[in-house]
Design a protein around this ligand. Structure first.
Ligand code: ZN
Length: 272
């Protein structure tokens, strides 16, 4: 059991067993996730959508809704409520910047029922560093892919990542100077494995090291299996981020080169 994963990474409406056994000095002790989430007191680094950067967040004490409530249907007695707990975390820079996670206890299960800001908002901003190397549409697709993944929709997420991956491959094709290069149309018609083979020497090594995933990248939607997509998601994701980071680095280097060249030019003109 990993409490961090449960609070921060679990998907919405994922059902978890409330009772857990924890090893304490060799003895198995019974706890409930409800208790553990309530008493979670660690500071954590999370992305603050207001600061637009990573910040240290400190948990508030949990608040719950009322254990008994009036309801016109069931008057005069009060209705007993299953506990709902909200775990909130405050940004170290501003106490009004908060992240909220809601959990509902339903019998033997505990379910994440709320998360705000959404994973989409949290990841979308983080992708802005790619705005110079990726189209706006691709950035929003990257964020959607993460969002779908966070909901546990592996096939949907996989399809978005695949579009971005394909775009990176096509961009590389356009920028290569292969002798007697085929037309872009002909290139687009090729299967993913063949596309990659065609421009292999222009791709970083990690593309070739993970070639076993490319047949899956060529599959039709109806052929894709949820489990297969879930297994390959992290690989496609990593390749995409690697090549995006590389593109950002390359662009920054070129910009710096230009900047230095301009500076030198200015100095030389002054010296004349
Ligand atoms: Zn903040």
């Amino acid at each position: 059991m990993n409490l961090h994963k449960i609070i921060f990474d679990s998907t919405l409406y994922q059902k978890l067993k409330n009772t857990v056994l924890i090893d304490e000095d060799g003895e198995k002790m019974e706890y409930t996730l409800e208790y553990l989430i309530t008493h979670f007191s660690e500071r954590v680094e999370l992305y603050c959508t207001k600061c637009k950067d990573k910040r240290v967040f400190t948990p508030d004490k949990v608040y719950r809704d009322a254990p008994r409530v009036p309801n016109v249907q069931f008057l005069p007695q009060l209705v007993r409520n299953e506990p709902t707990l909200y775990k909130t975390f405050r940004c170290s820079l501003n106490s009004q910047h908060k992240i909220l996670y809601g959990f509902l206890v339903d019998g033997e299960q505990i379910i994440k029922i709320a998360e705000y800001p959404s994973k989409y908002d949290s990841v979308k901003d983080g992708f802005n560093k790619y705005e110079n190397v990726l189209s706006k549409q691709n950035i929003s697709e990257l964020a959607k892919a993460s969002q779908l993944e966070s909901y546990g929709y592996a096939i949907g997420a996989f399809l978005y990542y695949r579009r971005i991956f394909e775009n990176l491959i096509i961009k590389t094709f356009i920028n290569t100077d292969i002798k007697e290069k085929i037309s872009e149309d002909d290139f687009r018609k090729k299967r993913m494995e063949d596309k990659i083979e065609y421009i292999q020497e222009y791709l970083p090594d990690y593309f070739n090291e993970n070639s076993h995933i490319y047949s899956t990248l060529s599959k039709g939607i109806h052929e894709l299996q949820e489990a297969e997509c879930r297994e390959y998601l992290p690989i496609v994701q990593t390749i995409i981020y690697f090549s995006l980071d590389e593109a950002v680095d390359k662009r920054n280097k070129e910009l710096r080169k230009k900047e230095f060249a301009n500076k030198l030019k200015n100095i030389n003109t002054k010296l004349k």
